[in-house]
Design a protein around this ligand. Structure first.
Ligand code: HEM
Length: 224
């Protein structure tokens, strides 16, 4: 039999779990990016800029750019949707810039060392991810300048942007995970540190997937 205490404890437990996962996601964004920065020591070589800029772009900036729309995890919850949109825009421009710098650094480093380009799964998926994030950002322009997409409703554009944004985010997480499987990273850390590191992009991806799909379902419920 379910008593009153159980039904009260359940929402309280969900509330606590939501708060804890929000705090943990922000914590991962900052500390995982800082951890990779400490490990790669940006500035010590051309290569060192690559893991640093890519983690900054896809773990910190892109995660925070999406999280700010979360009703539970946003750091600017109280601000208007318009302001959130502007901050999202700035973070995404920074994300694309860091991704381009990270790609330029590794490409130049390979050129200096006379190594062939895009030969690993990480390199191939990474290149695809950087191209997709660029296209995704350009495709977002009609959200601010609606006249660029005549005949498309704003609601439809927003739905497509959220769905393709989630795919882009997952591509970024996949590229990060493959980067963590590189010879450089596996040689730099011990086994348990590797598993903990791999958990970071995986956990963030789960949180972002849950956020985007929940907001999609909520909108669908409102429409029906
Ligand atoms: C989403 C994030 C990332 C993207 C989009 C990305 C993209 C790329 C690309 C396109 C290349 C190939 C460049 C070329 O062949 O000229 C590459 C190489 C490399 N990346 Fe990343 N990277 C990311 C994150 C990381 C991280 C976090 C690490 C290390 C922890 C890393 C380590 C490496 C290494 C060691 C190489 C050289 C070996 C290879 O080509 O596989 N990357 N990356």
């Amino acid at each position: 039999m379910i008593n009153n205490r159980d039904t009260e404890a359940e929402p309280r437990f969900y509330g606590f779990a939501r708060k804890a996962s929000a705090v943990l996601t922000h914590f991962i964004c900052v500390f995982f990016t800082a951890f990779i920065a400490v490990l790669s020591r940006p500035g010590t070589s051309w290569f060192s800029w690559h893991p640093f800029f890519m983690t900054l772009a896809f773990c910190f900036l892109m995660t925070e750019a999406v999280l700010l729309f979360s009703p539970h995890a946003s750091l600017i919850k109280k601000f208007s949707h318009k302001t959130k949109g502007r901050v999202h825009w700035v973070l995404q421009v920074l994300c694309v810039s860091c991704a381009a710098l990270g790609l330029a650094a590794i490409s130049y480093n390979k050129h200096l060392n006379g190594k062939p380009h895009f030969t690993s799964w990480h390199g191939l998926l990474g290149l695809f991810t950087v191209c997709v994030v660029g296209v995704q950002s350009l495709a977002a322009l009609p959200l601010s300048y609606h006249s660029l997409a005549k005949g498309w409703s704003l609601a439809k554009l927003k739905r497509y942007h959220a769905a393709s944004g989630l795919v882009t985010y997952l591509l970024g997480s996949g590229s990060l995970l493959l980067g963590l499987s590189s010879a450089w990273f596996t040689a730099a850390v011990k086994e348990h540190t590797w598993y903990l590191s791999a958990l970071c992009p995986a956990f963030c991806a789960l949180i972002i997937m849950n956020q985007v799909s929940s907001s999609y379902m909520a909108k669908k419920r409102l429409q029906s």
